[in-house]
Design a protein around this ligand. Structure first.
Ligand SMILES: COc1cc(O)cc(C/C=C(\C)CC/C=C(\C)CC/C=C(\C)CC/C=C(\C)CC/C=C(\C)CC/C=C(\C)CC/C=C(\C)CC/C=C(\C)CC/C=C(\C)CCC=C(C)C)c1O
Ligand SMILES: C[S@@+](CC[C@H](N)C(=O)[O-])C[C@H]1O[C@@H](n2cnc3c(N)ncnc32)[C@H](O)[C@@H]1O
Length: 327
């Protein structure tokens, strides 16, 4: 569908001309003139950039990407410590729950978009490796009559412990990727992962390439969420799964009040004290409030072509995991 254009209209209401900006979509001009208007002069056809939000601020769509980039460039080095401090470690449990829901099999090709400092990717590799080790132990226990030499040899001759699984970590921000790459080498993750600089709205991958697409705490920052969802659908294989972990809507009014207090009174202060960055953490809490509810987001995922879309709210709806399939 063609993007709506904005036009400047000037309306005369008796006391003088006033400037109105109205959009013109494919079905015509959407404008209602104030009562008492004596006439309209169509003075110009300036094309206006479409407006969107950056937290509670209204910005042009062109500006938003740059502002989001600055936020994550600024917080990258303190990102992990901030998350532990802000959530008292709860974000780790939410990410573990994403992995339990995914329950990947050896050989899975995962694309983790907005993968940042690698939290989902490392959990994926650890999950697959742990599965492989459990399987190996089960097999060895079943073979009661093996000698010590044979057991040692089985461990030495080990084939790929990832069973061909691979995770592609794609993020738009160089600084976040750099921190992630350093963490990977510190934690000894060498095989099974690739780091790619790329935009969720225009993924640098062919169609039908991945078994699973994840995005954790990323989609809220994307300018055109519908575009990112369509890209997720495009790069998944038929039968592939979309999983999204994101902040959502708290339904209990008392918890919601406490959560608001904590978010607006505590999180930016922590951001200032720990990361020297109040503004980025103010953006974080504001962007959470701008993100659609569980049901609204489910509809957006369905609109992108996914089927069997479901969600699970965690911690009273502070976050939710949405799941959908490309069938
Ligand atoms: C720039 O963009 C970003 C930067 C990032 O670093 C990260 C992200 C993306 C985000 C993540 C990866 C996850 C990071 C996690 C969070 C943002 C945390 C959000 C989650 C919560 C607020 C809820 C869960 C956290 C907790 C339960 C922490 C517990 C806090 C306390 C026990 C209270 C601390 C109390 C004080 C410091 C005293 C002063 C308090 C007030 C003035 C406010 C009153 C607050 C309370 C009475 C308690 C707080 C209540 C709640 C949190 C709600 C309770 C909820 C339930 C019981 C379910 C990124 O995009
Ligand atoms: C809050 S972090 C989440 C990182 C990680 N997934 C996690 O769960 O901790 C958000 C990430 O989204 C990335 N991001 C924002 N807009 C993006 C876009 N259009 N395409 C890809 N990544 C984007 C940021 O650079 C940042 O690394």
């Amino acid at each position: 569908m063609a993007a709506p254009r904005s036009y400047v209209l000037w309306s005369y209401c008796g006391r003088g001309w006033s400037r109105l900006v109205r959009t013109c979509g494919p079905r015509g001009l959407h404008s209602s003139l104030p009562a008492g208007s004596l006439g309209v002069r169509f003075l110009s056809q300036e094309k206006h950039a479409t407006q969107t939000h950056f937290g509670f601020e209204t910005v042009s769509e062109e500006e938003k990407g740059g502002k989001v980039y600055q936020v994550f460039e600024s917080v990258a080095k303190k990102y992990d410590v901030m998350n532990d401090m802000m959530s008292l470690g709860i974000h780790r449990v939410w990410k573990d729950m994403l992995l339990w829901k995914m329950n990947p099999l050896p050989g899975t090709q995962l694309l983790d978009v907005a993968g940042g400092t690698g939290d989902i990717a490392f959990r994926f590799l650890n999950y697959i490796q742990a599965q492989h080790q459990r399987k190996q132990k089960r097999q060895l226990r079943a073979q009661q009559n093996l000698s010590w030499d044979e057991i040692a040899k089985k461990y030495q001759d080990e084939e790929d412990p990832l069973g061909g699984s691979h995770v592609m970590i794609c993020d738009i921000n160089r600084e976040m990727l750099k921190v992630g790459q350093k963490k990977a080498s510190d934690q000894g993750h060498k095989a099974g992962l690739t780091w790619v600089l790329g935009d969720a709205e225009e993924l640098p991958f062919d169609d039908h390439k991945f078994d699973i697409y994840t995005i954790a705490f990323g989609i809220r920052n994307v300018t055109h969420i519908d575009q990112a969802l369509q890209e997720a659908h495009r790069v998944l294989k038929p039968g592939g799964r979309f999983l999204c972990l994101e902040f959502s809507r708290v339904n209990n009014p008392l918890i919601s009040r406490l959560y608001d207090l904590y978010s607006f009174q505590v999180i930016p202060v922590l951001g200032e004290v720990i990361a020297g960055d109040w503004k980025s953490y103010q953006y974080l809490v504001e962007s959470i409030r701008k993100f659609p509810s569980q049901e609204e987001f489910k509809e957006m995922i369905e609109d992108a072509g996914f089927q069997k879309v479901t969600y699970e709210s965690l911690t009273s709806g502070i976050v939710a995991i949405h799941s959908g399939f490309k069938l």
